[in-house]
Design a protein around this ligand. Structure first.
Ligand code: GLN
Length: 244
């Protein structure tokens, strides 16, 4: 099956509330990397009150505590469906606040605990320091191995059970500034603290996500043809090792 025969469906969950620091750039990257290959993209914004339907990829951006509060109840009401989607190997990407809600809970400062949807065995508690700055992290499953981006969070995330780190920090704080982990993964659910936005600077991870989503949809591994990522790669490499 040629790439022009392929289709992929993407849902952007709560873009009006969780879209901090240009996280919409992740959606633009996924769409463009499909369009440049002639892969058809079905796309849907899901807002408060909408019923989440079946898709191949679900994206949730970051947001301040207040926006997270508004989204947490909506997500929690649809937790069973989203868990079934996870177990059908749908691909999820959560950035920062969205990532935090993929775990069991997010405990803000001096406020009620927010229920997460437990797509991954992890939890987050607000720390006393706000982590702000560039991050370089190293994966054990991508080529190139590095992921780069910008973090701005006070939440400290701790991974448990079968949840594995997305990467290990070389520069910056990542999940909690202590255990040198950045982000998390369980099945095809990914979370990261990297804003920036994340995928334009890490095109190899964008393609990794697209290949997982295509395998979920078509039931067989599909290797995408490489794109000319000259500019993306130059940007990525210029950020490796950069702190402030
Ligand atoms: N409100 C959360 C925190 O401060 C998430 C922030 C974000 O999405 N950048 O940790």
């Amino acid at each position: 099956m040629g790439e022009r025969d392929l289709k992929i469906s993407i849902a952007h969950l709560y873009p009006k509330l969780l879209n901090l620091y240009g996280d919409i750039g992740n959606i633009i990257t996924l769409k463009k990397r499909c369009e440049w290959r002639g892969i058809a993209v079905e796309f849907e914004d899901i807002n408060i009150g909408d019923k989440i339907k079946e898709h191949d990829i679900y994206f949730v951006g970051g947001g301040q505590d207040k926006q997270q509060e508004e989204v947490a109840d909506e997500l929690y009401r649809q937790k069973d469906f989203l868990t079934e989607e996870r177990d059908r190997n749908a691909v999820f990407l959560g950035i920062c606040g969205g990532y935090q809600l993929f775990g069991h809970y997010y405990q803000p400062h001096d406020k009620e605990r927010l229920n997460g949807i437990s797509l991954m065995d992890a939890y987050t508690v607000a720390g006393n320091t706000r982590f702000i700055g560039n991050v370089t992290a190293r994966t054990d499953f991508l080529e190139p191995k590095t992921l780069v981006g910008f973090e701005n969070h006070s939440g400290l995330t701790y991974l448990q059970g079968d949840t594995t780190p997305l990467a290990y920090t070389e520069v910056g704080n990542g999940n909690n500034g202590k255990d040198k982990t950045e982000g998390g993964r369980y099945k095809n659910v990914f979370g990261t603290y990297l804003h920036g936005s994340f995928l334009p600077k890490n095109p190899h991870f964008a393609d990794y996500m697209l290949e997982l989503a295509l395998e979920k949809r078509y039931g067989e591994p599909i290797k995408l043809q490489p794109l000319d990522d000259k500019f993306e790669t130059e940007t990525h490499n210029s950020l490796i090792g950069k702190s402030y």
